[in-house]
Design a protein around this ligand. Structure first.
Ligand code: 9D3
Length: 232
């Protein structure tokens, strides 16, 4: 899979994409991630990427030209196949595991990160093929949201995870939160590990874990427990 990211702060991605699973996926050439600075596609002396909003109001708006030109320049370099062009925006559809799975089936993704107050509406209307939000809270820009998408998508690419950890989504857990986990020491500060986990009775352990997963999902995430079509 190839992922191009278009943003104003490319340095933000350097450390997050050079750690852990994403780092290994890049090394194994299972994903190729290219970060582009939108500002590199401006033409004026001051490399202006944003401007005042027509009609007035607070803040600045990202200009359309550098974003269109950055995307078009990259499209020409790559095979002319199908590519999803995703604008990260508070107005997008809410990101979920299901959307991660859908996007993981693409061979090429382009992510556009806004900053400041927003992005010129013509980018929404005539460039983006999809708009995604990662939740109902205010970020300073789309960069952290792009990192969230990349993390959730890359771990779904076949070969990225080991076979042990791989299927830890709804096929295993049935849309439940995880059961509580413990490791050594057996008693820490007077808090013991539940005795069932030391019993060696694997059937009883499996039953206890399933009950714990059910009760904590009902209590903490009634939305997952009582509604249809949601999954982890
Ligand atoms: C103060 C301006 N905001 C009114 C509530 C609009 C606004 C515009 C741009 C708020 C935040 C941003 C920057 N955020 C993103 O680009 C963004 C985002 C987010 O803020 N929350 C959740 N998902 C996303 S994806 C991109």
């Amino acid at each position: 899979m190839r992922i191009d990211i278009f943003c104003l702060f490319p340095e933000m991605f350097v450390s997050p994409f050079n750690q852990s699973i994403i780092k290994r996926a890049k090394e194994q050439e299972l994903v190729d991630i290219v970060i582009h600075n939108i500002r590199d596609h401006t033409h004026d002396k001051h490399h202006t990427a944003d401007d005042y909003p027509y009609g007035g109001g607070p803040g600045m708006v990202l200009k359309p030209e550098p974003i269109f030109e950055a995307i078009e320049a990259t499209k020409q370099q790559i095979n002319p196949g199908k590519v999803a062009i995703i604008l990260l925006t508070p107005q997008g559809r809410l990101f979920s595991q299901q959307i991660a799975q859908e996007l993981a089936s693409h061979s090429h993704l382009m992510l556009i990160c806004g900053h400041y107050e927003g992005v010129d509406e013509r980018v929404h209307e005539h460039l983006a093929t999809d708009e995604i939000s990662i939740g109902d809270y205010v970020l300073s820009g789309g960069e952290p949201a792009a990192m969230v998408l990349v993390d959730a998508i890359v771990r779904l690419i076949p070969g990225v995870l080991g076979s042990q950890t791989s299927l830890n989504n709804n096929s295993h857990t049935g849309g439940l939160l995880e059961y509580p986990q413990y490791t050594r020491p057996q008693i820490y500060r007077g808090w013991p590990v539940p005795s069932v986990l030391l019993s060696g009775n694997h059937e009883e352990i499996a039953r206890w874990r399933h009950q714990e997963a059910i009760s904590r999902t009902a209590k903490r995430r009634p939305d997952l427990f009582f509604e249809e079509g949601k999954s982890l």
